[in-house]
Design a protein around this ligand. Structure first.
Ligand code: ZN
Length: 62
């Protein structure tokens, strides 16, 4: 499941890297795209959920 993702900040194509996510007592290993330039990791689903949450919060604030 590899996608070509471009860093919005640098315009560089992200490289797939394996990272370990610690969630309470559990550890998950995930292949996530990381920017080789700024090191920003993009975790698609979590990222999308965060976006939705941000959007909802903005709507509630206004
Ligand atoms: Zn970048």
């Amino acid at each position: 499941m590899e996608r070509h993702v471009i860093c919005g900040r640098c315009g560089k194509e992200l490289e797939i890297k394996k990272i370990v996510i610690k969630y309470f007592d559990h550890e998950f290993r995930k292949d996530v795209p990381c920017c080789p330039e700024c090191g920003q990791a993009f975790i698609s689903r979590e990222f999308a959920e965060g976006k939705v949450r941000e959007a909802e919060m903005e709507l509630e604030d206004k």
